[in-house]
Design a protein around this ligand. Sequence first.
Ligand SMILES: Cc1cc2nc3c(=O)[nH]c(=O)nc-3n(C[C@H](O)[C@H](O)[C@H](O)COP(=O)(O)OP(=O)(O)OC[C@H]3O[C@@H](n4cnc5c(N)ncnc54)[C@H](O)[C@@H]3O)c2cc1C
Length: 637
Amino acid sequence: MPPATPTLLPVLITGAGPVGLFEALLLTQLGIPVRIIDREIAISPYSRALGLHCRTMEIFQFTGIIDSFLDRGKPMTNVSYYRNARLVGSLPVIQAPEQSRFSTGMFLEQAKTSGILLGKLKELGVEVEYGWELLDTKVVDGQDGEEEYVETMIRRALVEAHVVDGGKDKEYETQVVRSKYLVACDGGRSTVRHKINIDFPGRSLTQKILMWDGHCECDIPFTGPTAVKGPNGKTLFVVPLGEGIVRIGVEDNDLTPGEDFDKTLRDLTIEYFESVVNATASPAKFKVTSTAWLTCFKLNERRADHFVHKNRIFLAGDAAHIHTPSGGQGMNTGLQDAHNLAWKLGYVLNGLARPEVLLPTYEERCAMADRAIRVSSHIMARNRAQGVLADLKMYLVFLLAPLIARFTGSFFFSPEVAMLDVKYEKNIVNRPHDTQPEPATEHKVGIRAKDGILHPFYATATSSPSTTVAANTKDKKDPEPTLRLHSLLTGVARFHILVFTSDQLTTDAKDITTLLDSHVTQWRSRWTYGSTLQDGYVDKDLLKVHVIAGPPSSSSSAASNTTLLEMSKQEVGKGKVYIDNDGQIHKMYGFAVTKGQGGITVVRPDAHVGFRVHGVHEQSWKDVDSYFSSILVTQPK
Ligand SMILES: Cc1cc2nc3c(=O)[nH]c(=O)nc-3n(C[C@H](O)[C@H](O)[C@H](O)COP(=O)(O)OP(=O)(O)OC[C@H]3O[C@@H](n4cnc5c(N)ncnc54)[C@H](O)[C@@H]3O)c2cc1C
């Protein structure tokens, strides 16, 4: 075996698909040196995934990269449904706007998503090492007091840039890489998963799917996302990709016992694909005019038994879970795996958290993988359903949805598919309060931090700032635009403390700021981030504090008004105050703007609720302190 590279790399990432690239980008933003390898020579030009869901877009917003995606993607608008080539209806694919800034998901090919991530990574000085294949990996016990590490063997072809199966050893350059951690993003057939013997239980389905990208002529206009259910009981799914190219997916015949799938793939022709589409689109006619990609794939639903191996190796993306493409959950779930893991590795590698405390919590992603399998399987079953009842259901949905949208202004299209319902079970980072009663399910720790509209706080133009303040943006000329709560939750590694003061700022503003200042100052001195953050924030504050108050009242004391005015001038994240005019945000987080019904919510760096406590008094701050103290390690001075 060739000599190991002498230094211990913090993180090796294997696989530069969308998930590996995102993990590498996040860790780099966190100032963690990474090495990322892929056995291919470039990003695959063939896009499997086409969609980014609202939750992924929220995550791209928190991590400061959303603009590039918004520039290139196309919003998911109406889906048209045809039955026997006749239009049944068109369904608006939007969320209720108060759910998320991203009221709809976005179509963007996987190759473009990967391309954006690769470009961002390059801007931060990290190059993917293409042509390197992982062969083997294991966790090695450290000798003589050394810490454990991961030893990974990789190779690259010297003769050709691409590793060819069955090549001879002498044609390769081989390296042994020692790293503190390995993140396996090496896809559904993950070599890492095999080498560390993690089971991948689940089931293989009998269905085969034909997938094609190209130009075509069809009597059905494919101007937007379209589903066409045909007389043969199959459904065509069509998505326009731009420049006249459309993606068509359609179910092929089931696998037959003993079928040689590789041969099926080799024998696949455009004519065969055309015949399946014609049978489904009938009586409409379909003709291929040019082809960019044609493939056929089998379906599996599997989830790795564990995502964490000996607290050193982590599975993410398809390496950890695979399922049917229905509902477009796969890549999105993988990107969310990467987001969950990155801050935890960043904290541990900076000595801010003990590995044995924080890293096992990455297993919370298993439930999200199960969720993705459940959602996609449910959608697949619905799409395949046959018979009068199934038809009637689809007719009703497509006929009624536009009516609902007309009356309500929006149509509530499955937050499940948009992944706005993601939530984790309790563990050390999702910690219920020790003594206070458990809140209603929608406010429990572990849920996605919700979004909503906040108003700025400012002094009225006519009054003395020391006596009267107002935030009613309806009747005052608003000097600042309203903002969404999510726009405050920036950064890859930052906890955000939301202080819901209910009506208490009108009477107790001074007390609240005194408690806030004293605790936050103390926390900032105990827990600072060592690595150089490259996420656009110059400060190293791990904790950001945002004060959310109910509407101010005319009976506010002069002292409170003065304090409030000072708080409104604070920098963002340093106790700046915002107004929750109609109490909606208090309500979303399980508090109320009246009768001192406030509280404090700690939002984890990946925008899930980590902890919540009723009240904004001294004990509440102590409880928050105890939450942080159970996770974070005090830094030596
Ligand atoms: C037809 C289809 C449609 C889909 N549509 C959607 C959708 O709309 N939305 C959605 O969210 N998901 C969708 N998915 C799923 C999505 O494509 C995958 O979940 C996604 O590609 C997973 O990304 P990944 O980075 O985990 O793995 P991959 O994209 O598979 O990347 C793995 C990388 O690892 C590299 N690699 C593998 N082994 C090694 C090794 N030993 N050494 C070095 N490198 C290695 C590979 O070369 C590859 O670049 C779809 C899937 C299919 C099949």
